[in-house]
Structure formats: structure tokens, C-alpha cells
Design a protein around this ligand. Structure first.
Ligand code: BGC
Ligand code: CA
Length: 433
């Protein structure tokens, strides 16, 4: 009890001093802007050991990038460790179905060169990222182009497959209004730049140029594992050529582009994920049931229903559910940075005093995290009374980020978005010291 009062008054003092320095700690300023850098400074509001502080992994689930096997040591680092992401398989299936539905609805004009083959190209985000793998599989499964390997659809990029002879994919077929079309994955590649950054939009923009010059009007559809790459391809080629392009994430710019011919995208309910990311930390810091304000309404009335998320206890993972965004409904998704209404009520600052959170984004250039997820986090951190320091990585090396976790004692909780899903230990190693 005594400790609690002390914690309360300390945080009240801190809130004051933050207010005095015009604080809030928002924004993407580099680390060191708040703590005095390694020298103790101690802005954490309690004396909990770093290894016992709440930790949430988000967007990149600790896992083996070759096998996909979850890294349970990281997911159960301490009793207040969680993962927040979205249901990759459900979303991938939706993405595939969205593309098939589009083909069926546009059968008359879809085959641009009239050769009976519907050709598509696919931008792969990161061959070792479970979300990217699921999307590649989802598209191939729906289009009938997937080939099973070890019991699952092979998600490797084909390079090019002009004549349909690839062994990684096969030709699919689809019957629309009595006509049977062959569906062929003409090309696919991982969008990784020379410095190692994955999901790289600029690389996708270049790739579509190369593909367009070799395949020209054989390309009837462009599919992408995310909107960042999808929009890069749309803007540099597909828009001008009237080729429907499908992405994932429902970033605002991609949703707006649906009015101009972008085929569609999938919302991974970032508004729910960003909330969950900070809410699990809030609950752990408050010492309340982890379901508070999630499946159970909190005193302000924040609550989520099970049509937008689920929790998997065994993997300590929260997964948001996905929604397809197409010409039929895109008007409702034009601003991807609006908080989810059922969980947008301000928490009382006395009962939920300000706490300091260290949070990193693996790559400052990632369109989804930068244009959708972080703006949402920045709204929820206010609602949840969390003072979050945002650290932006370069998307290439873990050390670029971990170097800025030099003084974990200055924070009450941590939210981590790894560069590579295999690298959880680079962070837990620091917290465990
Ligand atoms: C998003 C991608 C993003 C990736 C980063 C995925 O969930 O859909 O757009 O690049 O996460 O980890
Ligand atoms: Ca064709």
C-alpha cells in the first residue's frame, strides 16, 4: 500500500514536470530526448526489475524466420509478456478471395491481351515474416496457383515464370460465365533493398518497371503483400495502365486510391491492434486483470467485442481480425488513423497515473507502421495516460534500435517491433541484465 502511494505521488510529480517541459514525449525524436542518457536519470515510476516489467511484442511475432515456429521463450519472457498482431491466415484468405471476386466481377475486361490467361505479379514483403508468408499463400490458394511443399503452400518467390513452367507455383484456372481462364503467377520477388530493408516500397516500384517491360499486357493483376509496395507499383505503373492492384493494410492513401482504380486492400484492424498494444501494458502496470478494457468493460466503458479480436492464451497472443476494403465499402475506411470508437474513452489519471513506455518501430520508412499504426498509438497513449517514447529503427539492423535501449530502468514497460522475428533475445538480453 505504502509503495503504491509513493508510486502515485512520484508519477504525479512526473506528469507535472512533463507538462512543464511541454511534454507528452510524442513524436519521433531520437532517443535521449527525455532520459538523461545512461546516467540513471530514472524516470521509471517504480522499482520493478527490468526483467519483470511488462513487455509487448507487436506486429512481428517472435518466431523462427525459416520454420515459422513461435519463440515461446520470448513470448513468455515474464508473466506480463504478450504479443499483439492480427490473424494472418484469416486476412490472407480474405485477400485471396477479394482478388478472385474482382476477377469474377470484371471477367469481360480482365484479360488484357485476350490470350485466355490472367497473368499476375506478386510483391513479397519479407520471405521470413509470417504475415508475408501467409499473404503469399492466401493469394496462391485462392487463385489455384499454390504448390504444396511439406504439407503447406510453398511461399517462396518464383522470380519469373513467363511460360508457366515454375515448380514453385502452378497454373490455376477459373471459370467465369462459361469461359475458363488460366491463371498464372508471371513473377514474384521479395522486396528487399540492397541495405537489407524488407517490405521495401521503392524496390517494388522498380520491380514493376522491370516486370512491365518483360511482360507488358500479359499482366492483368498486381498483387502485393502490403499497401506500401502496392501503392508504389500502382503509382509508378498500374494506375496509368488500368491494371487493378491489390494490397494489404488499408493505409489511408491506398484506400483513397480505390477511387482511382486500386483494386482493394485488407484492413488488419490497426485501430484495434494499436489499442491492444498499449492496453495490455496499461493493465499490467495497473496490476489489474489483463482482460480489463479488452473483453471486459473498464470503468470508462472501453471494451472490445469478439468480432474484432481474439486472445490465444497458449501463445499469449492477441490477434485482431481483418476486413476487406473494396470499391463497395472503402468510404468507411478513408482515414486509417481514427481510433476504434468502442475503445476511445479517456482513462482517469488518478486511477491510471502516467507511466513511461519505451516503444520502437522497426523501420521508420515502413508505410503501414509509419502512416497508420504509429499515429494510432499516439492517440491511444493519451487516452491511456502513457508517456511513450517512440524509437524509429532503420529496418536493417537490430543494433540500430537496441543501442537506444541503453537505459531500460528509465521506463516502466516496453513495446517491441523487431527487425527480424528471430531476434527477440537481442532485447530480452538487455532487459534480463
Ligand atoms: C504489415 C506490413 C508491414 C509489416 C512490418 C505487416 O503486418 O502489413 O505493411 O510492412 O507488418 O512488419
Ligand atoms: Ca492475358
Amino acid at each position: 500500500m505504502k509503495k503504491r502511494i509513493l508510486a502515485l505521488s512520484l508519477s504525479a510529480a512526473m506528469a507535472l514536470s512533463l507538462a512543464a517541459c511541454g511534454g507528452g514525449g510524442e513524436g519521433t525524436q531520437p532517443s535521449g530526448s527525455q532520459e538523461t542518457g545512461g546516467g540513471g536519470g530514472g524516470a521509471a515510476t517504480s522499482e520493478v526489475a527490468n526483467k519483470d516489467k511488462p513487455l509487448v511484442w507487436f506486429n512481428r511475432q517472435p518466431s523462427n524466420s525459416s520454420t515459422g515456429e513461435l519463440d515461446m521463450a520470448a513470448l513468455s519472457f515474464n508473466e506480463n509478456t504478450y504479443y499483439v498482431g492480427f490473424d494472418a491466415n484469416q486476412g490472407a484468405e480474405l485477400q485471396g478471395t477479394m482478388i478472385v471476386d474482382y476477377i469474377k466481377a470484371h471477367a469481360a475486361e480482365i484479360d488484357r491481351n485476350g490470350d485466355g490467361i490472367i497473368g499476375y505479379v506478386l510483391a513479397v514483403g519479407d520471405i521470413g515474416h509470417n504475415d508475408s508468408i501467409a499473404r503469399t499463400r492466401g493469394v496462391r490458394a485462392a487463385l489455384g496457383t499454390g504448390v504444396e511443399k511439406d504439407g503447406v503452400i510453398d511461399s517462396a518467390p518464383v522470380g519469373t515464370n513467363a511460360d508457366g513452367s515454375s515448380t514453385i507455383v502452378k497454373d490455376g484456372s477459373i471459370e467465369v460465365d462459361g469461359t475458363t481462364y488460366t491463371i498464372r503467377e508471371l513473377a514474384s520477388q521479395e522486396m528487399k533493398n540492397s541495405a537489407g530493408a524488407t517490405w521495401d516500397a521503392a524496390t517494388a516500384g522498380n520491380a514493376i518497371g522491370t516486370w512491365a517491360s518483360s511482360f507488358g499486357d500479359q499482366i492483368d493483376i498486381v498483387a502485393s503483400n502490403n499497401d506500401g509496395m502496392g501503392m508504389s507499383m500502382f503509382n509508378s505503373w498500374s494506375k496509368a495502365n488500368g491494371v487493378p492492384t491489390f494490397g494489404y493494410d488499408a493505409n489511408s492513401d491506398a484506400v483513397a486510391a480505390i477511387a482511382e482504380g486500386y483494386g482493394g486492400t485488407i484492413s488488419q484492424h490497426a485501430d484495434v491492434q494499436a489499442y491492444l498494444t498499449l492496453r495490455v501494458l496499461r493493465n499490467a502496470l495497473d496490476g489489474v486483470d489483463i482482460d480489463m478494457g479488452i473483453g471486459t468493460a473498464d470503468e470508462a466503458g472501453n471494451v472490445l467485442t469478439d468480432d474484432v479480436f481474439y486472445y490465444d492464451e497458449a501463445t499469449r497472443s492477441y490477434y485482431a481480425l481483418n476486413v476487406a476494403v473494396t470499391a463497395d465499402n472503402y468510404q468507411e475506411f478513408l482515414d486509417s488513423t481514427v481510433t476504434y470508437e468502442p475503445v476511445s474513452k479517456q482513462l482517469d489519471a488518478t486511477a491510471h497515473p502516467t507511466k513511461n513506455v519505451w516503444l520502437n518501430i522497426y523501420n521508420s520508412a515502413d508505410n503501414f507502421l509509419g502512416s497508420t499504426y504509429q499515429p494510432l498509438l499516439q492517440k491511444y497513449d493519451d487516452l491511456l495516460n502513457l508517456n511513450v517514447e517512440y524509437i524509429a529503427g532503420d529496418g536493417q539492423t537490430e543494433s540500430n534500435i537496441t543501442n537506444r535501449l541503453g537505459n531500460p530502468s528509465a521506463y516502466d514497460a516496453f513495446a517491441i517491433n523487431m527487425v527480424k522475428t528471430d531476434n527477440a533475445a537481442s532485447y530480452t538480453g538487455i532487459l534480463g541484465q
